[in-house]
Design a binder for this molecule. Structure first.
Ligand SMILES: Cc1cc2nc3c(=O)[nH]c(=O)nc-3n(C[C@H](O)[C@H](O)[C@H](O)COP(=O)(O)O)c2cc1C
Length: 186
């Protein structure tokens, strides 16, 4: 077992250790406008219905588009798109058409009007399931109503934000601990 010497750490920055999920691109559509934002703050809440919460700042153009349309697509980029992912997060759809600026292909969704980003490994079409926390926390509870996932590779090289401009690229896979799970917990 490892032994660690620990120091006090600022609570505001514990996110650096608690953000295991991959960085995603959230695409949206409202009236004639489409948009994309980069997002790290999301959490799976339920298996079925498949609920996912997303923290979308009220300062983002995407916020009003998603609040009004009550839909979005959560797109999963791989490390090949890392540069675009950061750049998309550094500009606003208020003054940039991010699909054309970043050479990304909007593909029609099946159940939502928000476009899928074709270059991403997976696309999850979402409908707003609960807006009860939007005003207080900018927190949207979505239901994934349709999921499109690439057939291969089985484990995509996703990127995970550590804060302070640093990313972790998903790496070694192991099934070594699988035998320890109760079947219902897999
Ligand atoms: C790595 C990274 C992670 C981000 N995570 C979030 C997030 O979880 N929530 C959020 O509101 N903004 C997040 N942002 C900031 C938005 O992507 C950024 O404000 C974006 O430009 C908003 O675009 P929009 O105004 O077109 O909606 C993140 C940016 C980067 C680069």
């Amino acid at each position: 077992m490892p032994k660690y010497t620990k120091n006090d750490f600022p609570t505001w920055n514990v996110r650096r250790f608690l953000e295991p999920g991959p960085i995603v691109l959230v695409s949206s559509a409202y009236q004639a406008d489409t948009n994309i934002m980069t997002m790290g703050w999301h959490m799976v809440m339920e298996f079925s219905p498949a609920l996912v919460t997303c923290l979308i700042s009220g300062a983002n153009h995407s916020f009003e588009m998603i609040r009004k349309s009550r839909q979005c697509v959560i797109n999963l980029p791989t490390v090949d798109l890392a540069e675009a992912v950061v750049r998309i997060g550094n500009c606003s759809g208020r003054n940039v058409d991010k699909f054309s600026e970043f050479g990304l292909t909007p593909k029609p969704g099946t159940l939502v009007r928000s476009p899928l980003i074709d270059e991403c490994y997976a696309n999850f079409e979402c409908r707003l399931a609960d807006s009860g926390w939007v005003n207080k926390y900018n927190l949207f509870v979505f239901e994934v109503v349709k999921a499109h996932v690439a057939a291969s590779p089985k484990f995509p090289k996703t990127i995970h934000y550590r804060g302070d401009g640093e990313f972790m690229i998903s790496g070694t896979e192991t099934a070594k601990y699988r035998r320890l799970f109760r079947p219902g917990m897999l």
